[in-house]
Design a protein around this ligand. Structure first.
Ligand SMILES: Cc1ncc(COP(=O)(O)O)c(C=O)c1O
Length: 374
């Protein structure tokens, strides 16, 4: 068995630590441990500094599960903690890997969605989130791909990299469709609840859906490596518990307490991401309009990334490579099987975004001047 290369992470590994403005990331403003601890009361700070460095529980620390259950409005038993949404995907794809099975995934999409089933020999079928269709997630296209061998349908809303969202009614219709056919509906909500248009609700309210979420994206504290699954089906839950006991046993106790604090203080933590995303998206709208002769785009409905394209239709990798020389890091679209696009994250650099856009604008002008004279 073999994994396909993770092009995005290889690109980030090469440039992320040496490029001045990171507009490739899908996260939000950065937090330190002391920033998070400062949100907690004295008792919790004391508990953090004096807790024992032992294994946590495979299902996750009780207090963390309670905080998530309260936020997601589900029973505590429905919450399974994992090491990032990445481990949730590993668990789900592992369990879906039966002979002859297929899984239905978005394209473009987070590479792990397809890399895991492909490595396990599971057939992958893709619905397209196309710019020609306004980056709409089309439930009819998803339904047409399903057959009696479909084990799992994955939705990601807000969607990485386009920022597309799926409406509550459409999600409910897909939930009913999958429940009738015994297909697992997985809702990846790592960018929820960051929205720029209409907000949508978590699929945690739907009895047959499986939700995966984390603290890496909307909460933007990826270093705690906390993810979770919401599962109402006790039989599936038992499988997840066993899988994670084999894969990683438990999360780190340090990360779990910091996560619990961030979730209890979510108004502040999520508020910081939403404020940066809203402000910077406004600036990006103006920028895109100023450069519409070179760049096309569809404004995202949620999340912290946009997926613009070069109107020339050429492969954007040389463009992204040249941008790094000007201190601007973008993510080439070929990392998402969409070569003329690039991903632009607008929340990570926070207050530095106007300076980053100034620099990016100078680069875009020099790039198009070079193209005209070439
Ligand atoms: C849509 C989506 N799901 C899941 C993940 C996994 O993130 P983590 O393992 O940090 O929770 C990512 C990371 O980029 C993502 O974009």
């Amino acid at each position: 068995m073999q994994f396909k290369p993770f092009l995005l992470d290889a690109w980030l590994e090469q440039y992320e630590h040496v490029t001045e403005f990171n507009l490739a990331a899908s996260t939000g403003p950065v937090w330190s441990v002391s920033d998070i601890l400062a949100l907690a009361d004295h008792g919790t700070q004391h508990r953090f500094l004096n807790h024992e460095l032992v294994y946590s529980r495979p299902a996750g620390a009780d207090r963390l599960r309670e905080a998530i259950a309260e936020m997601q409005q589900v029973q505590v038993e429905a919450v399974q903690i994992v090491a990032g949404a990445s481990e949730a995907l590993l668990v789900l794809m592992w369990l879906a890997a039966e002979p002859g099975a297929n899984v239905i995934l978005p394209q473009p999409g987070f590479t792990t969605f397809s890399a895991l089933p492909e490595s396990l020999g599971v057939e992958t079928r893709f619905y397209r989130v196309r710019r020609e269709n306004g980056f709409r997630i089309d439930p009819d296209e998803i339904k047409r791909l399903a057959d009696s061998k479909t084990k799992l349908i994955l939705l990601n809303s807000p969607h990485n990299p386009t920022g597309a969202t799926i409406g509550d009614n459409e999600m409910e219709a897909l939930h009913d469709f999958t429940a009738e056919r015994g297909i697992q509906l997985v809702s990846d909500e790592v960018y929820h609840p960051i929205y720029h248009g209409n907000s949508t609700r978590s699929a945690a309210r739907l009895p047959h859906a499986t939700v995966i979420a984390d603290l890496s994206k909307a909460f933007s504290i990826a270093g705690v490596r906390t993810g979770w699954m919401i599962e109402h089906d006790a039989r599936r839950r038992q499988q997840y518990w066993t899988a994670r006991a084999y894969f990683s046993i438990s999360n780190t106790t340090i990360g779990e307490i910091l996560s619990e604090i961030a979730i209890r203080k979510r108004e502040t933590v999520l508020g910081k991401t939403q404020a940066a995303a809203t402000r910077n998206l406004g600036l990006l709208e103006r920028f895109m309009s100023d450069h519409r002769d070179v760049l096309g785009w569809i404004s995202p409905q949620g999340g912290m990334t946009a997926f613009p394209w070069l109107v020339s239709g050429e492969n954007a990798r040389p463009f992204c490579q040249a941008a790094t020389k000007h201190g601007i890091l973008l993510a080439p679209g070929d990392c998402f099987d969409s070569p003329s696009h690039f991903r632009l994250g607008f929340a990570k650099v926070g207050d530095d975004f106007p300076r980053a856009l100034d620099r990016f604008g100078t680069f875009v002008k020099s790039w198009s001047a070079k193209m005209v004279t070439a």
